[in-house]
Design a protein around this ligand. Structure first.
Ligand code: 5GP
Length: 204
């Protein structure tokens, strides 16, 4: 039986650049883990594709999936649902492949409670003013939404202590390198490697 894959969770405050870092990471030629596409009830932004950026669904569909236990985690964030469909994650991990999630902090804490073996990476902004500029610069949200997001972000930064690693996003390529280094080291942890040797030891 294939060794179960490792679940990697990238989280951090809104506007810190999680999406940008994740996209840059998956553009790397040596990526050997799978991205789990999230589901959301928010409307697609210009250029976003269903099934690529997100699975875009209605509120009713999303609530049905919650009821049916089809979400590994979900959160209501700025009036929309966001969540990780459980089936793809489990099937991919069962094949022995590592799975990468990019999610907000409430969802990450649900994964922490349900998947203690997962690796939790917190992406940190260089400073809070920078965060505000990025949100405004993105130009996709109005001031009300931006202020709501910043308030959320301050609370989220306090949650860093619940994570295994903090990755500074001062520059996207540096953040990507740091995440790759974390994944490389995590794969070498004895408790992850040990199952490969257990049959040889004949201990159980
Ligand atoms: P956006 O609307 O900017 O695409 O995403 C808003 C927030 O939702 C971001 O912080 C993003 O990381 C988070 N997010 C995206 N997918 C998921 C998901 O599947 N679960 C959770 N909990 N958050 C998500």
């Amino acid at each position: 039986m294939a060794k179960r894959g490792m679940l990697i969770v990238l989280s951090g405050p809104s506007g810190v650049g999680k999406g940008t870092v994740r996209k840059a990471l998956f553009e790397q030629p040596d990526v050997d883990f799978e991205y789990s596409t999230s589901m959301t009830t928010r409307k697609p932004r210009e250029g976003e594709q269903n099934g690529v950026d997100y699975y875009f669904v209605s509120k009713e569909d999303f609530e049905d999936k919650i009821q049916n236990g089809e979400m590994l985690e979900y959160a209501k964030y700025v009036d929309n649902y966001y969540g990780t469909p459980i089936q793809y994650v489990n099937e991919t991990l069962d094949k022995g492949k590592d799975v990468f999630l990019e999610i907000e902090v409430n969802g990450a804490m649900q994964v922490r409670a349900n998947c203690p073996d997962a690796v939790f990476v917190f992406l940190t902004p260089p400073d809070l003013m920078e965060l505000k500029h990025r949100l405004i610069g993105r130009g996709t949200d109005n001031m009300d939404v931006i202020n709501k997001r910043i308030k959320t972000a301050v609370n989220e930064i306090r949650m860093m202590r619940n994570y295994d690693y903090a990755v500074l996003n001062d520059e996207v390529s540096l953040a990507v390198d740091r995440i790759k280094a974390i994944i490389r080291s995590e794969r070498l942890r004895v408790n992850r490697v040990m199952p490969d040797y257990e049959s040889m030891l004949g201990d159980n």
